[in-house]
Ligand binder design. Structure first.
Ligand code: C2E
Ligand code: MG
Ligand code: MG
Length: 632
């Protein structure tokens, strides 16, 4: 009997089934489809073998039964082709259109099945060689080849939305099938088609469906790749879900010795393993993500984990001071807040990074509110990028008055974005986002370049202006290339560097301060001066003024206002002014809004005044007008 190929195929499939069932699977839609394909293919091979056996022994069985069985095998071939097509559609199966397509193809395949049953079939049996032929077989060929071609066409058309590995695997499978069908057509004695189906399943298994590939080796939990697939699955199937990310990846845990961290991780893994009603994912080195069917389950798990973290770790390791660890959590009570899996994965990534950067945030809940904020932020980011592309970034100038010369000797350059409708977006709305994304570096350069162009084009020194103040973001100061970039721009516009004053704010870390100082020294050597902005806004440190090579200190609006509101603040401002001027530095008071405030600050000996009393920040033309009128 020529059933060696089929038996081989069946053994391959049984082995695959064995390895497949040994591992826990994530529960994805594609997994269900793969299993369906596996079982259909097995059924097809069993029917194939059975038909050969029946034909060889046909004198012992009723002819009708033998023919019916042979036809059943043929129908199962078409069925396998259909299952392959459905599997090929897996990546976009949620779309109504695809579902309709699958349904239509299913009806067509069933119709082919009925036709196969109705058409006559002939049986050939001579010695060891056995095969079937006739109209039913031809119908099967046509049906199967059409299904294969449709599948190939589909993988070509859906190129972009499809997992490339899936596309490759399916194409290989279909090609093997076509070739084997061709061989069998030319030589009916070689029964290859069933075996080719088994080969296809073999390829799918190794390319895509091996559950091992979804498992984290250390913990046995699912891995990050499986997590992304699972989230997509949940969205596509429109099932409700809740999720919780627990991470120990923070500065605090970095202080703990590596070997102790390994102990802690082992215990946390164990703890996570004991959490009921969840799918467990190890999404990063020190990070777990748990998925639940609803938020109540998530809350229970959160309490369980959190109560362990309230206690000390390492208490039974000798010579080690027990520590309290604070993990951070990103909680998603309902998946409904995001429109798609990709959006949700983006949220998780974003809020996770947010927690990581802000050690004081231990828990972040992705809910309607935070999602709205994140979307608003993304929209603003797009606005900034577009404005930069379309040159709608503008610089306004706010005049600064010298109490000594009684003239407007300076101005602060303040960035604005002009919307397409002509209205203005204030920097408070976009600077923080530009800083967070690093876009501030390019934006800051743009502003600096615009100021330089303004200086060469309008020569404001002719109206008595001595220098322009330009804001530098902390993020910009972190870039080693800052000094070179800014001096190149000044060279390009042939700017006298004494005309430039850069405003810095107090930067947080010591590491960064080194780069900042290098930048400052290089620029000071070039001829630029510096101001310390926002002095008195809460984080001010007198040491900073002593340590940093600044020439001017700017009192924040709050500090100026407080001077007129409280006795204490008055002493502080007075003392600070004395000290700063004692160091040989100048003082600017920002936020001066009334004549009375101006008089008082002048009396106090403040060097420069900036505020709405004189002018709000204004466009170039209005600023030049202002200078012409006021400084003449
Ligand atoms: P800042 O550098 O402290 O700028 C002073 C802010 O106070 C300006 O707000 C100015 O319009 C406002 N101001 C001045 N006088 C008065 C007053 O009398 N009353 C009131 N209520 N406000 C007054 P603006 O233009 O909205 O800028 C806000 C902040 O945005 C700036 O604070 C600065 O930190 C940042 N910024 C503006 N332009 C740039 C830029 O080009 N680069 C960078 N990195 N940051 C910028
Ligand atoms: Mg400023
Ligand atoms: Mg300021």
């Amino acid at each position: 009997m020529n059933i060696q190929m089929q038996v081989c195929g069946l053994i391959i499939l049984l082995l695959i089934l064995f390895f497949y069932k040994r591992q826990e699977t994530v529960g994805l839609y594609t997994e269900a489809l793969f299993q369906r394909a596996l079982y259909t293919c097995m059924g097809c091979l069993v029917l194939d073998i059975l038909s050969v056996v029946l034909i060889v022994n046909q004198e012992r069985f009723p002819g009708l039964l033998v023919r019916a069985e042979c036809k059943m095998y043929l129908v199962s071939l078409v069925g396998t082709g259909y299952v392959a097509l459905v599997y090929a559609c897996a990546d976009v199966y949620n779309l109504v259109k695809v579902n309709r397509f699958i349904k239509i193809m299913g009806i067509a395949a069933a119709a082919v099945g009925v036709v196969i049953f109705l058409l006559p079939i002939s049986i050939f049996c001579e010695g060891r060689d056995v095969y079937t032929y006739g109209p039913a077989c031809i119908a099967t060929y046509i049906g199967a080849v059409v299904l294969i071609l449709v599948t190939l066409f589909y993988t070509a058309k859906r190129e972009s939305g499809m997992n490339p590995r899936r596309r490759r695997a399916i194409r290989t499978w279909m090609a093997i099938w076509l070739i084997s069908a061709l061989i069998q057509l030319l030589n009916s004695q070689i029964l290859l088609v069933g075996f080719a189906g088994a080969l296809g399943i073999f390829i799918l298994f190794f390319e895509l469906e091996n559950p091992e590939a979804n498992i984290d080796r250390k913990t046995g939990f699912f891995n990050a790749r499986a997590f992304a697939d699972y989230v997509k699955h949940k969205y596509n199937s429109d099932e409700e879900a809740a999720g919780m990310l627990v991470s120990l990846d923070n500065a605090h845990s970095n202080d703990i010795r590596i070997e102790h961290m390994a102990d802690i991780m082992a215990e946390v893994t164990d703890l996570i393993r004991r959490i009921p009603e969840t799918k467990r994912f190890k999404t990063d080195d020190r990070e777990f993500t748990l998925m639940f069917d609803n938020s109540e389950q998530m809350e229970r798990a959160y309490n369980m984990i959190n109560s362990r973290f309230q206690k000390e770790w390492l208490e039974n390791v000798a010579n080690v001071t027990p520590v309290i660890l604070q993990p951070y959590y990103v909680l998603v009570p309902t998946a409904k807040v995001a429109d798609s899996a990709d959006e949700m994965l983006g949220f998780v990534r974003y809020f996770r990074a947010h927690c990581m950067d802000n050690p004081e945030i231990h828990i972040h809940v992705i809910d309607e509110k935070s999602v709205a904020q994140k979307r608003e932020r993304d929209a603003m980011l797009a606005t900034i990028i577009q404005a930069m592309e379309e040159d709608r970034v503008e610089v306004f100038f706010q005049p600064i008055y010298s109490t000594h010369t009684k003239k407007f000797v300076s101005a602060e350059a303040l960035v604005r974005i002009r919307r397409e409708d002509g209205s203005i977006i204030p920097p408070g709305l976009f600077i923080p986002i530009a800083e967070e994304t690093g876009l501030i570096v390019r934006l800051g350069e743009r502003v600096f370049e615009k100021v330089c162009r303004f200086i060469t084009e309008y020569t404001p020194e002719q109206y008595g202006v001595e220098y322009i103040e330009i804001n530098l973001s902390v993020v910009q100061c972190e870039a080693k290339s800052l000094a070179k970039c800014y001096s190149d721009i000044m060279d390009k516009y042939k700017i006298n560097p004494a005309f430039i004053n850069l405003e810095i704010t107090e930067s947080a870390s010591i590491v960064m301060r080194k780069t900042l100082l290098d930048n400052m020294r290089a620029l000071i050597n070039y001829g630029v001066s510096f101001s310390l902005d926002d002095f008195g806004n809460g984080q001010s440190n007198l040491n900073y003024i002593v340590d940093m090579p600044v020439h001017i200190v700017k009192f924040d609006r709050d500090m100026t206002q407080a001077y007129f509101e409280s006795e204490k603040a008055r002493y502080v401002l007075q003392a600070a002014t004395d000290m700063i001027q004692g160091l040989g530095l100048k003082v600017v008071a920002e936020g001066v809004e009334t004549a009375e405030q101006l008089r008082e600050l002048e009396r106090l000996g403040i060097d420069y005044i900036q505020g709405y009393y004189f002018s709000k920040p204004i466009e170039v033309e209005r600023y030049l007008e202002f200078l012409k009128v006021k400084n003449s």
